[in-house]
Design a protein around this ligand. Structure first.
Ligand code: ZN
Length: 69
């Protein structure tokens, strides 16, 4: 049901590559790491499932590159 996110999955807010999928009763949202963090307080109450692949972001780009800022 929850497939891995790919480079074709884009953040609904800014169009960056999505690393978090938020499944809601009415559909789903995709967020980059930045917007996932920003919107977490809102969707955490209503989401039925949160697929967080932000650790892949670090694995792919390396920690300390500033990608998460
Ligand atoms: Zn974003």
């Amino acid at each position: 049901m929850t497939e891995p996110l790919t480079a074709a999955d884009r953040c609904d807010r800014c169009g960056a590559q999505a690393y978090v999928r938020v499944v809601l009763p009415v559909g789903e949202l995709l967020f980059c790491a930045h917007h996932a963090r920003e919107h977490a307080p809102k969707f955490s109450d209503v989401a039925t499932h949160v697929q967080d692949e932000t650790d892949r972001l670090l694995a792919e780009h390396g920690a300390g590159t500033g990608a998460a800022r």
